[in-house]
Design a protein. Structure first.
Length: 105
């Protein structure tokens, strides 16, 4: 249709029908494009989530395991008797000093 459209009041029934069909066709094409775009967006989100979520869960499990291991190691470290360790080091130092004197060093 030309850019010089007649006002609706001056159009024949045939012209009105042709105008309605043209607008309907354009609207239908636009709706199809928007539907395809929405479908692609939904599929992209689903695929992205199936890739990201398992990796995220694996990372969280590894972090939890690391945290538990660290806590256990700190518990083991707190069980060390540092006084006895220091006494043992002092005894060892005394023995090594005696041996060093004996060998002349």
């Amino acid at each position: 249709m030309a850019n010089n459209k007649k006002p609706v009041s001056q159009m024949s029934e045939q012209e009105l029908l042709a105008e309605l069909v043209e607008k309907s066709r354009k609207t239908h094409i636009l709706q199809m494009i928007l539907s395809i775009a929405a479908f692609v967006a939904v599929i992209s989100v689903i695929v992205g989530m199936t890739i990201v979520v398992p990796k995220l869960l694996g990372s969280l499990e590894a972090l939890d395991t690391l945290s538990k291991t660290g806590t256990e190691e700190l518990g083991e470290l707190s069980k060390i008797d540092f006084d006895a360790l220091n006494e043992g080091i002092a005894d060892f130092n005394a023995i090594v000093s005696s041996l060093a004197k004996w060998f002349g060093r």
